[in-house]
Design a protein around this ligand. Structure first.
Ligand SMILES: Cc1cc2nc3c(=O)[nH]c(=O)nc-3n(C[C@H](O)[C@H](O)[C@H](O)COP(=O)(O)OP(=O)(O)OC[C@H]3O[C@@H](n4cnc5c(N)ncnc54)[C@H](O)[C@@H]3O)c2cc1C
Length: 409
């Protein structure tokens, strides 16, 4: 048995795990860090499959953890990418009410955004028309966010990985199975390797709840996967959309609604992602990786949420849960661009799965980021959007508020 020692073992090499490693390193806390990931490559799940939108901090309840770290995280990531010459599409974002009765929600979003430090302004019908000529003008108002940018998420993951490895961080990939030896403060990998650690950080994304449960942490919580399907504008479509175009979201759920996003690297425009209940945590294609027992549990739990109408969950089901069906997807796109027809769009290969946490005891959806400490361990169990945007500041927050205070001196 080969023995490896580290101060920090990080389980999961997505943006959250890599950013925490990077901040531990930059702040000279330690460079004795080992990251393990179950995949042969990094970025195969949410961190490499997201929209790449660097959010401006508009949506989040003031005082929430998301609100605390989004604006500064976005600024830091933009600066870090610029210093390295990584491509950023500085396109901005327009939010419009897809129905006239949603207009008052703009005031709600505007107030939240301002409190969170987002750079935003109202725009009138003329200005909306100038930004996106074919946009649906329902109430004559929208919100313009000039510094919502778009990046290629894999650029960030690959660059972080490279810099961490150069600084001596070990990234062990293909770790399909590992067992936790509680008394020994170590784990055994299937490759006959034992890793002895001082502290564990669980940033396992879609599986963060299951990893936490192994440490007897967060037993009330379960991740339910929601599928983010994307379509794209066909090359020959007549629409010129070179900014992010978003609807007013249902703030009862942490999904932003189907939107248009210009690519960071080329002229493609993606539409989506949806947020439809998935049949498995890696159910990327229709029949791929279905987990029947889990799916039955998840769907019956979501069914209860529907019947109880917990936190207005029925509205989500009626508006968004079935957008996997092409005609309902098209309807959502038409609420933003009424002239768009089925032949203007085509399915995209891109699909992501949102690792959405629920509190099973309270029967609530967890909207904010959530971290829970265990013995010599911190578990990041809800790292949904905008965790990519916020990653650098979120990492510092986790280090300062969870990891360092929890170290046994
Ligand atoms: C469709 C979609 C669109 C999104 N759009 C945006 C956006 O535009 N902007 C934004 O800011 N955010 C966006 N997000 C959210 C963002 O992608 C996530 O918040 C972020 O990527 C979460 O990162 P993570 O490191 O926690 O998880 P992940 O990226 O899932 O990383 C977790 C890693 O852990 C590994 N792992 C899992 N289990 C184990 C195990 N048992 N042992 C070892 N390794 C394990 C996995 O292989 C994976 O590499 C989007 C998400 C989705 C799904």
């Amino acid at each position: 048995m080969e023995n490896k020692n580290c101060d920090y073992l990080i389980i999961g090499g997505g943006i959250v795990g890599l950013s925490i490693a990077n901040q531990l390193l930059q702040r000279k806390i330690t460079n004795k860090i080992i990251i393990i990931d179950k995949e042969a490559e990094l970025g195969l799940h949410s961190s490499g499959r997201n929209s790449g939108v660097l959010h401006a901090g508009i949506y989040y309840e003031p005082g929430s953890l998301k609100a605390k770290v989004c604006v500064s995280g976005a600024n830091r990531l933009k600066e870090w990418m610029s210093e390295r010459g990584l491509k950023i599409n500085k396109c901005g974002k327009l939010i419009i009410p897809q129905k006239k009765e949603l207009d008052p929600q703009l005031d709600n979003l505007f107030n939240r955004g301002k409190k969170n430090g987002a750079l935003i302004d109202f725009v009138n019908a003329k200005e909306i028309e100038k930004i996106v000529p074919e946009a649906n003008i329902t109430s004559g108002r929208g919100i313009w966010s000039p510094n919502t940018y778009v990046v290629n998420p894999l650029d960030v993951i690959n660059q972080l990985k490279k810099e961490l490895e150069e600084a001596g961080v070990k990234i062990v990939r293909n770790v399909k199975n590992w067992t936790f030896n509680r008394n020994l403060s170590s784990i055994n990998l299937d490759q006959n390797i034992q890793i002895n650690f001082g502290y564990v950080i669980n940033s396992a994304g879609l599986y963060a709840d299951q990893v936490a449960h192994k440490f007897d942490v967060g037993k009330d919580y379960k991740i339910i996967p929601f599928k983010g399907i994307y379509w794209k504008l066909r090359n020959n479509s007549p629409f010129k959309i070179d900014v992010n175009l978003y609807p007013v979201p249902d703030l009862n759920v942490p999904f932003l609604g189907v939107h248009f996003t210009p690519n960071a690297l080329n002229n493609a425009v993606s539409i989506g992602p949806t947020a439809v209940p998935a049949l498995g945590r890696e159910n990327y294609n229709i029949f791929q990786n279905i987990q029947p027992i889990n799916a039955i549990f998840d769907l019956s739990f979501l069914g209860q949420q529907y019947f109880l109408n917990k936190e207005g969950f029925r509205k989500y089901v009626h508006d968004q849960a079935l957008q996997g069906f092409p005609l309902l997807f098209l309807k959502a796109a038409q609420e933003l661009i009424p002239k768009i027809k089925y032949f203007h769009i085509e399915p995209s290969k891109k699909v992501g799965l949102r690792a959405q946490l629920f509190n099973l005891r309270e029967k609530t959806i967890v909207k904010d980021f959530l971290c829970i400490n265990g013995t010599q361990s911190t578990h990041i169990v809800n790292s949904i959007s905008p965790a990519f945007t916020a990653s650098f500041s979120f990492a510092d927050f986790v280090i300062d508020n969870y990891i360092l205070p929890n170290l046994i001196k």
